[in-house]
Design a protein around this ligand. Structure first.
Ligand code: AKG
Ligand code: FE2
Length: 226
């Protein structure tokens, strides 16, 4: 077992523990977690969270595929970007997002976004060491509506705050490993999002300080046509 798999096993237990994947081959092939429950983040239209998007096994496979790309061998490099043809693991992830969204009877993503071709053609993988995060921002307008973020490894709190000075409270969302968030409409254009993992940050969830480790995120977007 390589270091990453060992690390995941230590954190989450063996993926085969108590799970008989043979009974549910379809789910496992698709990499769908135990349940694909979607939560609408109240007070932010267009923000949806699926905590159990990826099974432990799929998280481990995805992490290995990302690390195999060799993007993060130098400590100074913590971000990789790809446009157009995405690596096969990212295309599979995009397909899985589409299937998962399609299979629920909820408007998790507006149909015109869900069925555009391709769903995503831009990929960013960020690797954050403990203490590192991302400043409050609205994603650039050169990207279309409909943004997906998949989280791996350390959980973190992502804070949403209104982009314009309006009377609305900030909203914290816990991005646990294996989770997927989708932002569209107001969530994408009218709210900023940030992750502050500095000492004076906000990595507290349900009263407990989050034990920070490396966090890897995969952001999928679609470029606007020129
Ligand atoms: O790492 C994340 O979860 C967020 C990344 C992000 O917001 C971005 O790249 O625009
Ligand atoms: Fe962003």
């Amino acid at each position: 077992m390589d270091d990453e798999a060992e690390h995941l096993k230590a954190a989450f237990g063996d993926s085969s523990d108590g799970e008989d994947f043979a009974d549910r081959p379809e789910k496992e092939t698709l990499g769908i977690g135990d349940s694909t429950v979607w939560e609408r983040v109240e007070s932010i239209n267009g923000l949806w969270l699926c905590r159990s998007f990826l099974s432990i096994h799929h998280q481990s496979e995805l992490l290995s595929a990302i690390l195999k790309e060799g993007w993060f061998v130098e400590e100074s490099i913590n971000q990789a970007m790809r446009f157009g043809d995405l690596p096969s693991w990212a295309t599979k992830l995009s397909d899985l997002i589409q299937e998962t969204v399609e299979s629920v009877d909820l408007s998790v993503l507006p149909a015109d976004l869900l069925w555009r071709e391709p769903l995503f053609d831009q990929l960013i993988v960020n690797s954050y060491q403990p203490g590192e995060g991302i400043c409050a921002h609205v994603d650039l307008l050169r990207f279309e509506d409909g943004i997906a973020i998949v989280s791996l490894e350390s959980p973190c709190v992502m804070r949403f705050s209104p982009a314009e000075a309006v009377e609305a409270e900030d909203v914290d969302v816990l991005l646990s490993p294996g989770s997927l968030i989708l932002m569209s409409g107001e969530a994408r254009y009218q709210w900023k999002h940030e992750i502050n993992r500095k000492e004076n940050g906000f990595q507290v969830w349900e009263g407990e300080e989050i034990d920070q480790k490396r966090r890897i995120s995969i952001t999928l977007r679609k470029l606007c046509q020129a």
